[in-house]
Design a protein around this ligand. Structure first.
Ligand SMILES: Cc1ncc(C[n+]2csc(CCOP(=O)(O)OP(=O)(O)O)c2C)c(N)n1
Ligand SMILES: [Mg+2]
Length: 821
């Protein structure tokens, strides 16, 4: 199915004026007496209670950080505390309108959002469900800490459970929401729809869009909220998230059942500051944040400014916006005004604002103002209000005493042998992440590309050992295609996106033929937003789907650095295994396109704990490893070298199987057995190393053992060590620049593990420590077969009569390093 949106110059070039609609500002003014009629009895007073709990909770942390004690009890909280004192009304108002089917994501300053959603969910869920949540969360450990001295009913118990669990997480205790591995800035609780809060400013700006994609693509109920700060509007991922959230295709091209704008509210928690910087008047020029929506789409994202100091104004806005979203007219942008009375963090000396300004806002404090309105409207009495304040203190003190007591709330033994490996990767195999029938456009066997591939041979050498043309035999990019399309027919949640992923088939046509089989909502072109491509993949995966996203060139990874390094890699660990991250990031490693399109940055991925990083170099491996990746539940960086997209299978005699099979991660593959020299490669360099092996054998009579590492992480060293024991040496080669190459890591580890067996230091051959030059000069940049031969001669064992062209001597190594080359 090819898209057919034609763009006529007559329309596009027509003279006219672009009109904007008015953007409402702080419009809510319904008197409490009238508004109260729309609320069930007790709800408004409970909202006041919840605000008091939030205030007391944050005040307690504030005291601890500043005075080292709360109500006379000493405690030293070493971690961060970005408090939301002053912002409670916004959180409580928002939470009032949400159900556990709605997902909210937040920022470093999200304690109030967590607590308000938790306390609200406790009132919404039926008691049995509530009990199940508490009993099932980490086997009821947190529950066991509050059960003994609980008073009242299940909901009272749940209040204790939730306040204690949140505080235990902030204090890094094993009984917290994720065993203390998330902490203050990353706490969340999925059973109540509370999704990751993010310490990276604007980090939730694109992740939340991924959650909205999950809802839309899989037709799941609920909306999603991105609670991000006003200053986060300076962050690229937020802009990318906005662009992607508003993409027209969700309405123009996505099929019935999935058609409609994304169900998302970008809720800018506008407290008028980003640390001490002021977006209004100083660091930005919007003046009124709500203005932004006008630039995003014709509906202006239904943008408006809401007075977040009034909880009922927030409720009113969310009630109206939910309707818009349910009509398929999202996304929505809210500029929700608030003010933080507390400092940005405990070290804040408030140098950036005047006492007069602070006093003016404190005089409008939402909690007493709301209480006054309740009393004046006859909804509550002063003693009800006072009782709320007292109850809040009691609940917070109870949780505090437990959370600081090491006997009740121990720390997780992170030094224990298997703690890290238990949470870093989920290491599961799951064929389908939902039990729906996968939505496809035709039977797999009818797919034109599958039919074309059926006519190809599966092994790429003819009887005389010569390579068969890629026109006749299956090549690496087609092997990847076979695995991907098959998994689309198995897992209904699997969705793919990236730049030009659809009609074009990806810039290198790996997906050619996928468009015919897969409906738009499961395979789509993204905006040119590398950050949001990966960030939405993260949000999609942690919401419960499986995504495969693509970055067109490895060099572009700088654009999604945060998403890969801090988000994709870290959420499984930060959640203590509560979340899984079945996200495959395909990255094409370039050639021929010069300095900004041809660099192998594999070492960067391997350096970041929490990513599986693989680099298959043969069609057999590419297909088998793609299967492994797409069945797993872990984040995988799947590197593909453009130089070998058209490479046939020349190692596995049986050829690339037409059916399903898996190639495990972390196991180097023996490409050729030998006795004298061990060469191990990563990626496309395998083929140049084969040529080098031929020279070494034919010209110098040396028997080469050649290993294809295939994986950076995980990596089983055993076979390489065994080979080194046999040959007494090791040369490592890849296309990555030599300095900082992951191969140096391998060299160092092998040296430690097999020191006594090495006759020469392990030698690393990489590209020059320079820019990738023009295609015409690439051969003097990427390792060539003769480089490997020269390196063997100069660094491993002299080759009789050999005249090296390259200089791998000690002197040259010292010289170029001194030059910074
Ligand atoms: C990418 C990034 N840059 C800088 C920081 C340091 N930092 C933490 S919070 C903050 C201010 C954020 O302001 P805003 O988004 O308005 O949220 P607020 O703190 O006002 O709630 C900064 C600069 C960070 N955590 N992440
Ligand atoms: Mg702010």
């Amino acid at each position: 199915m090819v898209k057919s949106i034609t763009l006529s110059p007559k329309d596009v070039r027509a003279k006219g004026t672009l009109k904007f609609q008015d953007i409402p500002l702080n419009q809510y003014s319904t008197p409490m007496k009238k508004a109260a009629k729309d609320f069930p009895k007790g709800d408004l007073l409970r909202m006041h209670r919840d605000m008091c709990i939030l205030r007391e909770f944050e005040t307690m942390i504030d005291r601890i950080k500043k005075e080292g004690k709360y109500e006379g009890i000493e405690y030293n909280h070493r971690g961060p505390a970005h408090l939301s004192i002053g912002q409670e009304s916004l959180s409580v108002g928002q939470a009032y309108t949400l159900t556990t089917e709605d997902y909210s994501f937040g920022s470093h300053r999200s304690h109030s959002e967590i607590l308000s959603r938790g306390l609200r969910s406790i009132r919404q869920l039926d008691e049995k469900k509530l009990m199940d949540v508490m009993k099932n969360y980490f086997g009821g450990v947190t529950l066991s800490k509050v059960e003994k001295d609980a008073k009242g009913d299940t909901r009272d118990l749940a209040d204790d459970f939730f306040i204690y669990g949140t505080l235990a997480e902030i204090f890094a205790r094993e009984t917290g929401w994720h065993k203390g591995l998330g902490g203050s800035m990353h706490a969340f609780f999925p059973p109540f729809g509370i999704y990751p809060n993010n310490a990276i400013v604007g980090g939730s700006g694109d992740i939340t869009v991924g959650a909205a994609l999950y809802k839309r693509i899989n037709a799941k109920p609920g909306i999603v909220i991105a609670n991000i700060g006003d200053a986060s509007l300076g962050c690229g991922p937020v802009w990318e998230g906005l662009m992607m959230a508003a993409m027209d295709q969700c309405r123009t091209l996505w099929p019935k059942g999935h058609n409609g704008g994304l169900p998302i509210v970008f809720n800018f928690v506008n407290n008028l500051y980003g640390m001490g910087g002021q977006p209004v008047g100083e660091t930005m020029g919007l003046q009124v944040l709500a203005r932004l929506g006008a630039g995003v789409n014709p509906e202006q994202m239904h943008s408006e400014r809401v007075d977040g100091m009034k909880p009922l104004a927030v409720i009113d806005a969310y009630t109206r916006k939910r309707k818009i979203i349910e009509e398929g007219r999202g996304p929505v942008l809210l500029d929700t005004l608030t003010y933080r009375f507390s400092g940005h963090s405990p070290s804040d000396s408030m140098s950036y604002r005047t006492k007069e300004e602070l006093d003016e806002w404190m005089a409008e404090d939402a909690i007493p103002a709301f209480a006054k309105e309740l009393v004046e409207a006859g909804v509550a009495s002063q003693s009800d209000v006072d009782a709320n304040i007292a109850k809040a203190k009691e609940l917070v003190m109870k949780a505090f005493r437990k959370a600081i007591d090491p006997a009740v709330s121990p720390y997780l033994d992170t030094a224990g042998t298997d703690c890290i490996e238990k949470v870093m990767f989920s290491n599961k195999t799951k064929l389908a992440l939902d039990d729906r029938k996968p939505e496809v456009l035709m039977p797999l066997a009818d797919n034109p590309q599958m039919k074309r591939l059926a006519g190809k041979t599966r092994f790429g050498l003819d009887e005389s050992g010569k390579k068969v043309s890629g026109m006749k035999t299956i090549v690496l990019k087609e092997a990847i295609f076979e695995a991907v399309i098959d998994r689309f027919y198995e897992d209904p949640t699997l969705a793919a996106w990236g730049e030009d992923n659809r009609d074009w088939g990806g810039a290198f046509a790996v997906y050619r033929g996928l468009t015919e089989s897969i409906p738009y909502h499961r395979l789509f072109n993204s905006p040119i937003s590398e950050g949001a491509i990966v960030g939405t993949g993260v949000g999609y995966a942690l919401s419960g789907g499986r995504a495969i996203v693509e970055i067109m060139y490895c060099d572009f990874i700088g654009r999604c650095g945060d998403e890969v390094f801090n988000q994709m890699a870290k959420w499984q660990s930060m959640s203590a295994g509560v979340l899984e991250m079945p996200l495959i990031l395909r990255i094409s490693v370039g050639a021929k396109y010069g300095a900004q399109h041809s660099q192998d940055w594999s070492a960067m991925f391997a350096h970041v704990p929490g990513l599986k990083v693989i680099f298959p170099a043969t069609p057999y491996d590419a297909k088998g490893m793609m299967y492994t990746a797409l069945k797993g539940t872990d984040p995988v960086v799947f590197l593909e070298s453009q130089r070998i997209y058209d490479m046939p299978e020349i190692f596995v005699k049986e050829g690339v199987p037409t059916g399903r099979y898996e190639v495990p991660f972390g196991e180097p593959a023996l490409r050729k057995a030998g006795r004298d020299i061990t060469i191990a490669t990563l990626g496309a360099t395998l083929y140049r190393a084969m040529d080098a092996a031929k020279i070494l054998e034919e010209k110098y009579g040396l028997s080469v053992e050649l290993w294809d590492l295939r994986s950076l992480n995980p990596l089983n060293y055993d076979p390489i060590i065994e080979s080194v024991k046999k040959t007494g040496n090791l040369l490592l080669a890849s296309d990555a620049c030599e300095r900082g190459s992951f191969l140096h890591d391998i060299a160092s580890t092998v040296t430690s593990l097999a020191f006594d067996h090495l006759d020469a230091p392990v030698c690393v051959v990489g590209s020059k420590n320079w820019i990738t030059p023009a295609a015409e000069q690439e051969d003097s940049f990427f390792p060539q077969d003769f480089w490997i031969v020269d390196a063997v001669h100069q660094r491993i064992r002299p080759l009789p009569g050999h005249q090296p062209r390259m200089n791998f001597s000690n002197g040259e190594l010292v010289r170029i390093n001194a030059k910074g080359v």
